[in-house]
Design a protein. Structure first.
Length: 485
């Protein structure tokens, strides 16, 4: 009997030890239920933007976090957190984690329960990361600055602006003027001997080229009026980066379209280290992330290449004209198919015909086509133009507004809820409530980062620069003093 008791207690003790071991194993290694009260407390970006290191807390007074699971949908990451096993168990609890990021990721969400998620981090226009409150603050400054960069560094026109400094090429006296929007001062900056076709401005130097038939060269002008010729050949198109200039080394001239054609080159901003990247490029080119989008001069097909010109990939065949490019889509005119306005989505290669004729405008507030809508057979089309917005998430083009009559008006600009058009003068419509057209007494000028800039002359002599704030239509003026004319 004594032996049986000893055997029993021995087995009982072994069983209890096993149960305790299993219990503590679950406590240490096990994972509890979902936590929906997790808040982001701190974060930093590591490894050149590829890893997010972050700290979290729970809003509840009880419980700890064990781990998280992540899923990706489209360009967003969704994180669900789990507690440690048991009630208020600290064993193996963590509040600091790391998350791998990919280049397509734009937003990060935390699970808040009931199939809902809270936005905790967003990628900014500078490819940094910020909390939503920080992002709102950044939007008020950096997104406008981003548009200034786009217009002044990449598009090229008679007008360019960087911060409070604006430059303008007046055609009548062929003089570049400088304006300080803060002090309301103006001055003649420089009179190019052979005129200036387009201005590019990086806040420190103005870059310009003469009209093709009047001379050659790329010129660099500082804000004191000192000019240097940094390239001797002809060019019609520049794209400025922080340290380099990409440009078309013009070969011949298309008198009808007057568009760039030749070799796509790059050089330092002082004109040194010029090299050819891609030969035989036609029309406008675009630099997006680590790629160059361009039209081949011989085939007229659209290609994508690495920044050094390698790994050329044909994106679209035919007689095309590239009108915009982003990391999500390209838009172009298909001359082989009756001048249709088309969009190619890069992730799934869906290629949609939006309409015929008209134009496209790519803005901070989305991409819009203003074109004549195609009917069912894709050959007939409506007489009036329709405004379409691009829904990137669903890969669709949505009707926003339709003109009430046949016209040759063009879409000039989109700012917040309003689209701006030019016909016999300017007018705007609200994209969302689709009110009647509002006529605008703007004159001739330039839309730029939420404002419209115009110029007045008397007998061809520049007398004032003015601008309207598109949010409140407040007008401000800088008079050009006689000594500055």
């Amino acid at each position: 009997m004594e032996k049986l008791k000893k055997k029993f207690w021995k087995k009982f003790l072994i069983l209890m030890l096993c149960i305790i071991a299993i219990f503590f194993t679950f406590l240490y290694f096990g994972m509890g239920g979902k936590r929906t009260d997790v808040v982001l407390s701190d974060y930093e970006i590591l490894q050149d933007g590829n890893v997010l290191k972050f700290k979290v807390n729970v809003s509840s007074s009880m419980g700890y976090i064990k781990d998280f699971r992540v899923k990706q949908e489209s360009q967003n990451l969704y994180l669900t957190f789990y507690s440690t096993f048991g009630l208020n168990n600290k064993w193996n609890a963590k509040n600091e984690f790391e998350l791998e990021l990919n280049s397509s990721c734009k937003e990060i969400y935390f699970d808040s329960g009931d199939d809902e998620y809270n936005l905790v981090l967003q990628k900014t226009s500078q490819n940094d990361w910020a909390k939503p409150a920080e992002r709102e603050k950044e939007n008020s400054v950096s997104e406008i600055s981003e548009e200034e960069k786009l217009c002044s560094l990449q598009k090229g026109s008679r007008f360019a602006k960087w911060g409070n400094i604006a430059v303008y090429m007046n055609d009548f006296d062929e003089t570049i003027y400088q304006f300080n929007l803060s002090t309301k001062e103006s001055k003649k900056l420089y009179k190019p001997e052979k005129g200036a076709n387009s201005l590019y401005f990086d806040g420190e130097f103005v870059y310009f080229m003469p009209y093709y038939y009047r001379g050659k060269g790329i010129y660099k002008l500082d804000l004191e009026g000192n000019v240097t010729q940094i390239y001797n050949g002809a060019s019609l198109r520049l794209w400025l980066t922080e340290n380099e200039i990409y440009f078309t080394d013009q070969i011949g001239f298309d008198d009808i379209n007057q568009t760039p054609q030749g070799n796509l080159c790059k050089m330092n901003k002082d004109g040194s280290n010029k090299e050819i990247i891609i030969e035989n490029v036609k029309n406008t080119f675009y630099l997006v992330d680590n790629f160059i989008y361009y039209t081949d001069l011989n085939t007229r097909s659209i290609y994508r290449a690495n920044m050094d010109g390698t790994k050329k990939t044909e994106m679209v065949k035919g007689r095309t004209y590239l009108t915009s490019a982003t990391n999500q889509y390209i838009t172009y005119i298909d001359y082989n198919d009756g001048e249709k306005q088309r969009i190619l989505y890069l992730d799934n290669h869906q290629n949609d015909a939006v309409g015929r004729f008209g134009n496209v405008f790519d803005s901070l507030y989305g991409t819009y086509f203003y074109t004549r809508k195609l009917l069912d057979n894709q050959n007939n089309l409506e007489d009036e133009n329709t405004l379409f917005s691009v829904d990137l998430h669903n890969h669709a083009e949505l009707e926003c507004w339709k003109a009430d009559q046949i016209s040759l008006d063009t879409l000039s600009y989109v700012w917040k809820d309003n689209a701006y058009f030019r016909g016999n003068g300017y007018y705007r419509i609200n994209i969302h409530d689709k009110n009647e057209k509002e006529t605008l007494d703007f004159g001739s000028g330039y839309f730029f980062a939420g404002k419209f800039y115009g110029f007045k002359s008397q007998d061809g002599i520049l007398t004032e620069m003015y601008w309207y704030d598109l949010d409140n239509m407040k007008k401000e003026i800088i008079s050009v003093k006689e000594e500055a004319r």
